[in-house]
Write a protein that binds this ligand. Structure first.
Ligand SMILES: Cc1ncc(COP(=O)(O)O)c(C=O)c1O
Length: 306
């Protein structure tokens, strides 16, 4: 399917992507005044079903972002969900997709406008994170500090926050790395530009707490639960020092887009033997089974689209 044939949802209507336009003077266009969710849906060939992953959690976070951003609470959970289902069905997708659901400040206001509030929903095909030629990411510690709850909170998933991510990612690429890890204003490890971090030391899974200047990642909560309940791995949420990245046994990034992606080195210091570790692989395997509906016990996290 080319871009031309795609449909998205804007302001209550399903329309061709080319007909969906936004006012150039709107606060969303000028100042990044929008909050959004990146939602994954996975196609299960055997069941002939497309499953959206943890929709209620995404909508709870979206509504919290709107609340913190002082936006009018315009959409009910049911409206958010039925619009998403409507536009995916219009595209007749039978493959893995990523959906961006964005609530934005429209109109002719300024950076402090609270409305008019509008929404678009854009589903696009997206395959699994890593292709077979790449086993993981080589990361650096960014020279940019992660935004904090004292200035622009990383807990609010607002478009403008991604300027911080962009600075880190672009610097990393320019310097020959695949991605970056950002430290917080306390000098502890926070997260990647668009994903959360786990490290493994002596069989224990360690991840920064939600107060470490990170997004409250849905994948992070998912992995903590799967590791504890299904893989019998001890999980600790605590601050991580930079040097622990150099001496850990394994590390990986996680997120709706990132899924579970091994970190092979940090600042050119190898993690393990620069191959995905066994605990990371076990977590990745169960995660991908859960999201695509292969584990009955976790169907509670899936919303069937068709
Ligand atoms: C900065 C940041 N951290 C973490 C995540 C992962 O969050 P989630 O697992 O909810 O997709 C994202 C994904 O959007 C992100 O942008």
């Amino acid at each position: 399917m080319t871009n031309k044939n795609r449909f998205l949802w804007l302001g209550g209507k399903v329309m061709h992507i080319e007909d969906a336009t936004v006012n150039v003077l709107s606060p969303t266009a000028q100042f990044g005044a929008n909050v959004f969710e990146g939602i994954r849906c996975y196609w299960n060939e055997e069941m002939q079903q497309l499953y959206a992953f943890r929709l209620p959690e995404h909508y709870r976070r979206l509504k919290n972002s709107m609340k913190m951003f002082r936006m009018e609470d315009k959409y009910s959970i049911e409206e958010l969900e039925s619009a998403l289902i409507e536009v995916i069905k219009a595209n007749e997708y039978k493959e893995d997709i990523a959906v961006r659901q964005t609530v934005f400040i429209d109109g002719f206001g300024s950076w402090n406008s609270t409305g008019p509030v509008n929404m678009f929903i854009a589903p696009i095909p997206k395959s699994r994170m890593l292709n077979s030629s790449k086993t993981g990411l080589k990361c650096c510690i960014s020279s940019w500090e992660r935004i904090s709850d004292k200035n622009i909170s990383p807990k609010v998933k607002v478009g403008a926050n991604y300027i911080n991510s962009r600075m880190a990612q672009m610097e990393a690429i320019e310097n020959g790395y695949d991605s970056a890890l950002l430290m917080n204003n306390q000098g502890k490890v926070a997260e990647g530009p668009g994903s959360c971090l786990f490290i493994i030391r002596d069989g224990v899974l360690i991840t920064p707490p939600i107060t470490a200047s990170i997004l409250e990642s849905i994948t992070r909560f998912t992995i903590i639960e799967l590791a504890r309940n299904d893989l019998n791995i001890k999980v600790v949420e605590r601050d991580i020092d930079r040097t622990e990245l150099y001496m850990c046994d394994e590390a990986f990034l996680c997120g709706s887009a990132m899924e579970v992606t091994p970190v092979l080195s940090v600042d050119k210091i190898s993690i393990g033997n620069e191959l995905p570790g066994s605990i990371t692989e076990a977590i990745k395997e169960i995660y991908l089974k859960v999201v695509s509906g292969e584990i009955e016990a976790y169907s509670k996290w899936l919303t069937p689209i068709y």
